[in-house]
Write a new protein. Structure first.
Length: 83
């Protein structure tokens, strides 16, 4: 089972409960990243699971359309495709 920091763990568990699957868990730059196969449940996550240390970002680069929740404190991220 993949684990992340205490701030992102509720997001990880929520995505597993939705049936989302991890494509990869790797290091990207300074961050440990968990990348999901399907679009994240970002509306629910933003409304219910965010803490002060989590930042939400969207990357609209045509080569890397993705959304990301990352913990600046622990340098860990959860990502998924934007669509």
């Amino acid at each position: 089972m993949v684990k992340t920091c205490k701030h992102l763990q509720p997001i990880l568990e929520h995505e597993f409960q939705r049936g989302n699957e991890i494509i990869t868990a790797t290091t990207w730059g300074d961050y440990d990243v968990v990348y999901f196969k399907k679009k994240l449940d970002s509306s629910m996550i933003k409304n219910n699971l965010l803490s002060d240390s989590i930042v939400y970002k969207v990357n609209r680069d045509p080569h890397y359309l993705l959304e990301e929740f990352h913990c600046e404190y622990h340098k860990k991220s959860i990502m998924g495709p934007l669509r």
